[in-house]
Design a protein around this ligand. Structure first.
Ligand code: NDP
Ligand code: GDR
Length: 369
C-alpha cells in the first residue's frame, strides 16, 4: 500500500485528491491547521463508513513550522507528498505578502529540505502545486512549459520561488520533485471568495431572493477554467511517470469573467445583458425563461466595485495542454458548461435550504446578512 501525505488537505484540491487516492488504495495522511473553528468540512465524509477511515488520518501542522514538518514526514515516511498547502488568494496576498512568502515559498523549501535531512530522497516523490499565475503579464499565448514567467502578485512571486526550488532539488539531489503548473480549476468545493464560486453563490442568492446583486471587480479578466476533479487526477499522474518532469495542466479554452456570469445566470433561465463601461458597467436581467425563477426584468444583478480590483492584474490566461495530453494521457472530463452547471446547481440547493431555515427563524452560516 502506498502512503501519501497531503498538505492543504482541508482545501478544495486536497479534498478531491484525498478521495482519489483513497479510491486507489492509498493510506492518506493530511496536514490540517489548528483553528478556533472546525475546518475539516470538505474531508469529514472520508471518515464515514470507516472502510476508508482507517486509511485516512489528519495531523496538526503548518507549513511555516519547520520542526513540525520534519517530524510529520519522519513519522509518516510517505511515498508521495502533495504540497497543496498555501495562502492561495491572489488579492489577499497583496495584504499579507510576507506571510505568503513564508508559507507558499519557503514552505516548499521546508518540505524538500525535510526529505533531504531525513534521507528520503530516493523514497519520497514530491508534487509542488505551481500555478498559471507564474505567467502573469502576458509574454505569449497559449502558455506552455516553455513560456517565460512574469509574476504579478506576492502570491505568484512566492510560488515562483516554490517552482524553482523544486526544480533545483530535483537537479541537485536527484529527487523526484515536480511542478504541476495548473490553470484555474473550480468546483462546488471552491472557496467562496474566488470569482467563479462568488458568482454561482450570487446567482443562487438572487434566484432565492436572498440578495439582489453581485459586486465584482475586473469583468474583462480571462481565465482557462477547468474542474478540480479532473485536475487532481492529473496531479496523481504527474507523480507516476518514470522520469520527473514539470507539466502544464489546462483546458486550452479561455473565457472572460463577464461570460462566466452570463453562463451562470443562463443555468437558471435568466438572461443578463451588460451595458456601460469600466466602473459604470452593469449587468441587467433582460429575460427570465424558467417559470420557477421569475425575477423583475431590468433588475441590476451585477455591479462593478473597484474594491475588488488588484494593484497589478493578470489579464489573460490560456494554457497549452499538449504535453499533458501526450505524455500523461490526461483529458478533462468536464467542459466549462458542465462545470458551471454543477456549481450553480449545488449553490441553488444550498440557498434553497438556507432560505427554508431562515424562514423558520434559524441561523445559517452560508448566508451572511
Ligand atoms: P484552497 O485555498 O482551497 O486550500 C488551501 C489549503 O492550504 C487549505 O487546506 C489551507 O488550510 C491550507 N493552508 C493555508 N495556509 C497554510 C499553512 N500555513 N500551513 C499549512 N496549510 C495551509 O486552495 P486550492 O485547493 O484551490 O489549491 C491547492 C493548491 O494549488 C494551492 O497551493 C494553490 O495555491 C494551488 N493552485 C490552485 C489552483 C486553483 O485554481 N484552485 C491553480 C493553481 C495552483 P485552511 O483550510 O486551514 O485554510
Ligand atoms: P485567480 O482567481 O486570481 O485567478 O487565482 P480568482 O477567482 O480570485 O480571480 C480570477 C479573476 O477574476 C477577477 N475578478 C474577481 N476575483 C475575485 N476573487 N473576486 C471578484 O469579485 C472578482 N471580480 C473579478 C480577478 O481580478 C481575476 O482576474 C486562482 C487561485 O486559485 C490561485 O491560488 C491559483 O494559483 C490561480 O487561480 C491559478
Amino acid at each position: 500500500m502506498k502512503v501519501a501525505l497531503i498538505t492543504g488537505i482541508t482545501g478544495q484540491d486536497g479534498s478531491y485528491l484525498a478521495e482519489l487516492l483513497l479510491s486507489k488504495g492509498y493510506e492518506v495522511h493530511g496536514v490540517k491547521r489548528r483553528t478556533s473553528l472546525f475546518n475539516t468540512d470538505r474531508v469529514d465524509h472520508l471518515y464515514e463508513g470507516n472502510s476508508a477511515g482507517a486509511k485516512f488520518k489528519l495531523h496538526f501542522g503548518d507549513l511555516s513550522d519547520t520542526t513540525n514538518m520534519i517530524r510529520l514526514i519522519q513519522e509518516i515516511q510517505p511515498d508521495e507528498i502533495y504540497n497543496l498547502g498555501a495562502m492561495s488568494h491572489v488579492k489577499v496576498s497583496f495584504d499579507e505578502p510576507e506571510y505568503v512568502a513564508n508559507v507558499d515559498g519557503i514552505g516548499t523549501l521546508r518540505i524538500l529540505e525535510a526529505i533531504r535531512i531525513l534521507d528520503l530522497t530516493k523514497k519520497t516523490r514530491v508534487y509542488q502545486a505551481s500555478t498559471s499565475e507564474l505567467y502573469g503579464l502576458v509574454q505569449e499565448v497559449p502558455q506552455s512549459e516553455r513560456t517565460p514567467f512574469y509574476p504579478r502578485s506576492p502570491y505568484a512571486v512566492a510560488k515562483l520561488y516554490g517552482y524553482w526550488i523544486t526544480v533545483n532539488y530535483r537537479e541537485a539531489y536527484g529527487m523526484y520533485a515536480v511542478n504541476g503548473i495548473l490553470f484555474n480549476h473550480e468546483s462546488p468545493m471552491r472557496g467562496e471568495t474566488f470569482v467563479t464560486r462568488k458568482i454561482t453563490r450570487g446567482v443562487a442568492q438572487i434566484v432565492t431572493e436572498l440578495e439582489e446583486c453581485i459586486e465584482l471587480g475586473n469583468l474583462d479578466a480571462r481565465r482557462d477554467w477547468g474542474h478540480a476533479k479532473d485536475y487532481v487526477e492529473a496531479m496523481w499522474r504527474i507523480l507516476q511517470q518514470d522520469e520527473p518532469e514539470d507539466f502544464v495542466i489546462a483546458t486550452g479554452v479561455t473565457t472572460t469573467v463577464r461570460e462566466f456570469v452570463r453562463l451562470a445566470f443562463a443555468e437558471v433561465g435568466v438572461e443578463v445583458t451588460f451595458t456601460g463601461e469600466g466602473v459604470n458597467e452593469i449587468g441587467t436581467i433582460t429575460a427570465c425563461n424558467d417559470p420557477e425563477y421569475q425575477l423583475p426584468i431590468g433588475q441590476v444583478v451585477v455591479k462593478v466595485n473597484p474594491a475588488y480590483f488588484r494593484p497589478t492584474e493578470v489579464e489573460l490566461l490560456i494554457g497549452d495542454p499538449t504535453k499533458c495530453k501526450e505524455k500523461l494521457g490526461w483529458e478533462p472530463k468536464y467542459d466549462l458548461a458542465a462545470l458551471v452547471s454543477e456549481m450553480v446547481s449545488a449553490d441553488v440547493s444550498l440557498f434553497k435550504r438556507d432560505k427554508y431555515l431562515l424562514k423558520g427563524g434559524h441561523k445559517v452560516y452560508s448566508y451572511k446578512e
